[in-house]
Design a protein around this ligand. Sequence first.
Ligand SMILES: [Zn+2]
Length: 920
Amino acid sequence: MSELRTRSRWRRRIPFSAALAAGTAVLLLVSPASAVVPQTAAPGADTPADLGRLADEQTSVIEVVVADTTELDALVATGVDLDHHVHHTADGIVVHAVVTGNEVATLTRAGFTFGKVLHTEEDAQDRIAEREATIAAHLADNREFSGAAVAARSAASDVKIIRADYYTSGDTQVLSVEAKWAQGQTAATALTVERDSGPGTEFGSGGTQNITRFVDAGVYLYHRGAAQVTSRPDYVRITSPTGDVAVAKVHEWLPIPDTDPEGPGYQKDFVTSYLTPTELYDRIKAMSAQYPEISEIVELPHKTNGYRRKAQAVLGTANASRVGVDSLAWGHQGGNDITVELANPGTASASLTVTVTGNQVRVGLATDAAGTVTSTAAEVAAALNAQAGTLVSAYTYRGNAGTGVVAPAAPTALSDGLSAPTTVSRDPHTVYAIRIGKHRDGSKMGVLAYAQEHAREWVPPLVTIETAERLLRNYAHDANTRELVDNLDIWIAPSINPDGGHYSFYDFNSQRKNMTNHCTPETSGDFLGRTSWGVDNNRNYTEYSLFDGYSGASTSCTSGTYAGPDELSEPESRNVDWLASRPNVKFSMNLHSSGNYFMWSPGSYATPGRVSAPRPTLAEESLFWGASSRILTAIKRHRNLAVTPARTGPIADVLYSAAGNSGDMLWYKYGIYAWNFEVGTSFQPTWTSAREETMEFSNGLVEMLRVARDLDTDESAPTSSVEVATSATEGSVDVTFSTSEPAAVFYTLDGSRPTFESTLYGSGGIREGGETLTVPVGTTVHWFSVDAAGNVERGYQPDGQDDNYNRKRLTDPNAAPEVPVTVTVQTRCVAGKAYVAVQARNDHDAAVDVVLESAYGQRSVSAVAPGASAFQQFTTRAASVPSGSATVRATGTVDGESVTTVVTADHAAVNCAADPRQAQ
Ligand SMILES: [Zn+2]
């Protein structure tokens, strides 16, 4: 196998631096008093760290409408729990937040505008019921079955078209266009795109569409827009407001290929219901047991903290009078058996007492002379800690001074709030992966797929299961599958976050994070805060994280994007780090839902300024795009639904900043080509939809394996060329490189030999092709290209001595052909007499004939060799000469034709009599 031997050389050294408000939403979830608070001028400016979610509230997915990405950044900065949906509309950006009524109220007060309610807890309960019914039906089928078995572009224009993509989605035909206009930063004008109606037809015959500015944090990026069309255009034309014109050919986005990579008899469709993490692990264990020759189960090194909690209660209602109580033991280890009673003794002048009988804690409250209870929350908490401190720990509510008198309470059972059946382990959980491959010894290229960093995302794990099943069950009869399994080392981790996953199925459907409680009694660590705890596993990694100053993660333990107390503080994240550090892993897929996105690094930026983590090089980005095209075509093959161009690209471009996400760690720390899927349209769609999405994205995941395999077997070197155009800068030309496949180009302009240390040809800008270099005419460029598999053009050895790299002397293609000569004219004094010296150096690559001519004479020199000079010092026979000029005529063969170039150069006056050095 070939290694990716120049991978590290591709990488630059990275300095480690630092409306619409649907009444429905508001009326359902917000008290009228808080719904009418006026909006502030700058949304998010004064949002509290804790948005106020309480565990007994309903949680829903609701649209938030923000004006632009600056407001989106502000929303992200509040730490609100967002799903992965970011939709740019004419009126702003619509995102989906997972919020409770209290959180809606807090964010509304902070100036944010809510829209439609998309998903409620009832919907979630329907999914659970559907899953149970599905499983029950399958079980019934199985029983029946077994029972039966027993019985029997343009360079000079100020507008440039970046992409023009035609695609079909269902029965709809769409044209998506992105273009950059030179005045886009200052003028808000839309651009009009004229479509033809097919090859050879007139512009405009297919209609027109407007595309509008995409401005981010005050920075114009490009114009973009998609429109439905009724025919496939061949070319589009944009005429800018200044009258400049750009024309581009329309490319088909994700055309369905004629050749189906799934051969006859290919088996698929292996999932029949949503699966809990326990069920996911059981499934891969069963698979591996059936196919031990080509798979094994891997126990990842870090156990989770476990699906377990301390038993808790919050006694009382008014905050100043509330007492929180936690068991010292885990709920399932005795905590749930503890009761706490706040008893009115019924006598006057009683003192505060605490009595512990087994697991029963009885607080006798103090009374005054009239028999009225006088114990405050602070006093009760102190008494409990002093006298029942071996069983429980008590505290006032969320940092309140606790000066309110408590209300008597009947014996109240502490609870861990966990309702999964006992078949779900309460112990720290092992996270399992299945490793598939004929040779699992590190000798084959590794590919990693991992899902359910986010607990409530139930479809992505199924994609991994479906994919594993396809690989194992088609191995014996499908040559294409065998090719992959025999030659790749495939790591599949269906659930990175089993604790959160179980919690999502059995307790709190909208759970995003893990189950680790980093909150304290002061910061919502009480029983009412339990649906807000946990670390966002996709913000807990090491590169471009919150801790490095990047945006899109929170320091608040209750935030939906809580980054944790430190990088890799969580066992789940350390397991992903361990997987990524397998030395042979070169490709990865981080599976999330939802939104139908397909993304790569950079995944975060720092605000203000939107300074993103380093962008991939041009070559890397072209590999991302090239592979993406294949993977998305495979996804589309299932039911002809397309992932759109606007949802393909770097996370920071198409979504929002996500500091410390795992994809960035894999890319920046380990050099893995790390992709991120956002599967489907919601976290827990109906089973019918979930199954379709599983099939689609499993197609994509298998295609990623094929991409990896193809790269691994790539033995053919790229070829490259240089295109030279007239430059707006006088005396210069505009230069671009192109390559036959995704490849890096290294070049020099100083005549030196190109190496891996030479300048790397870069990208022209966000979502554009290669940069345009402006270089003086006459410069000779030396370059070579190298592909991702390390194949160097022409077998050139950049670290060796040979010189079989590419070279080209740059001339203006629109200028008349010239014989290149460098002319110098000087005046000199020799023995008191003035001389005019004329020199012409031949810069051509062939011999030239030269005529040197001055006012003082003429000389012809034939066949001056390349690099050699013709020279004549003309005597003037005078002590001084005025300023003047000399002329050189150079005649040579350029592109097969005889060309004469005339160069005139000036010389200064000289007076040799006046020069004391010459007078002696
Ligand atoms: Zn996610």
